[in-house]
Write a protein that binds this ligand. Structure first.
Ligand SMILES: Cc1cc2nc3c(=O)[nH]c(=O)nc-3n(C[C@H](O)[C@H](O)[C@H](O)COP(=O)(O)O)c2cc1C
Length: 327
């Protein structure tokens, strides 16, 4: 099992030391966080959603300046129809993010939503890997058929957009359903979570909430402190943020939309008109009551705001201790 911790096939495929990947969280995971995680031996990932294309270029260059290790860019490949759709079926923003990522380069492109099938052969030709978040085994099989290199099975316990299935059954089922490597996500915040994920058959973890409460994450201290303060039951799932189900910290924003469900617009319009400005209010300006603070149930396990590299090292240390105790 020690080999699964330090040098497993996923690590080899991604060129990383430890099987710990930091989720590409929009507005929070900018270059500084991604570089810190990559430098510590994990995979740092920039969350590109809602970034101006030139800001994305700047953040990728920042990572390239701070590390020569692998890093990723996460793009929400949500397909849209009608006025907003480009010929490729994505939004203009997505098309721009794809182009900037290919121009600047990245080790991995991660699809946070939708099917990235259209860019897989182009990514492989450029020497990049493609990973896709999924919430069911059917989605996992679909993106495997589209040629992605690994899937991230993200369960309902996680922060941000979530499906209906919990991490424990989802990860096992996805592992049984595909032949490419699987990463586990949703509610994983410590070394015991990493060991549990490996026991389920995953080869690595994809962690969001744990990395928000770090020094390098882009976010107001009130947001980070709220993650430290709340317990494992301090979050709720709502469509009020984006039109799709998302897990966020319970506050006045979530209470308002619980009473106004009929007014929620479909994705991505609710996100653009309501969720994105409310995210800026909560995550960046620090209004913890009226803003959106996405976070998962793993918040209950988080009690400090350390440098991101320390998080990677602590998780590896705790995971090794579990194995030593067993043997
Ligand atoms: C603040 C926040 C923003 C997120 N934004 C994105 C995103 O832009 N793209 C994406 O693929 N996933 C996004 N996610 C979901 C994560 O990729 C991941 O699935 C989730 O954080 C895993 O659960 P955890 O938070 O319990 O670790 C976001 C999550 C959070 C908490």
């Amino acid at each position: 099992m020690t080999k699964m911790l330090d040098d497993n096939p996923l690590c080899q495929m991604l060129g990383i030391q430890y099987p710990i990947c930091q989720a590409g969280m929009y507005s929070v995971a900018y270059g500084k966080l991604a570089a810190a995680v990559s430098n510590a031996g994990g995979l740092g990932v920039i969350g590109s959603a809602f970034m101006d294309p030139e800001d994305l270029r700047r953040e990728i260059r920042l990572v390239k300046n701070e590390t020569d290790k692998p890093y990723g860019v996460d793009i929400l490949f949500a397909e849209v129809q009608g006025g907003d759709a480009t010929a490729g079926g994505y939004t203009r923003e997505v098309e721009e993010h794809i182009e900037v990522t290919f121009e600047e380069g990245a080790s991995v492109i991660v699809s946070g939503l939708g099917n990235p099938g259209r860019i897989v052969s182009r990514a492989h030709a450029a020497g990049m890997k493609v990973m896709s978040l999924v919430g069911t085994s059917r989605q996992a099989q679909k993106v495997e058929a589209a040629g992605v290199d690994a899937v991230i099975a993200s369960g309902n316990e996680g922060g941000g957009h979530v499906g209906r299935v919990g991490t424990l059954p989802l990860v096992s089922k996805v592992v049984d359903s595909v032949s490419i490597p699987v990463l586990a996500a949703g509610g994983i915040s410590n070394g015991r979570g990493l060991i549990a994920a490996l026991a389920l058959g995953a080869q690595g973890v994809w962690m969001g909430t744990r990395f928000i409460a770090t020094e390098e994450a882009r976010g107001h201290i009130n947001y980070k402190q709220k993650i430290v303060d709340i317990d494992e039951d301090g979050t709720v799932v709502t469509r009020g943020h984006s039109g799709k189900t998302a897990r966020i910290i319970r506050n006045k924003f979530t209470q308002y939309w619980a009473q106004h469900e009929a007014e929620i617009k479909p994705f991505p319009y609710q996100l653009r008109e309501v969720g994105e400005p409310a995210s800026a209010l909560g995550r960046i300006e620090g209004d913890a009551e009226n803003g959106v603070l996405a976070a998962g149930q793993g918040s209950g396990l988080i009690d400090s705001i350390p440098p991101a590299g320390d998080v990677v090292r602590q998780i590896m240390q705790e995971a090794r201790t579990v194995l030593e105790n067993w043997s």
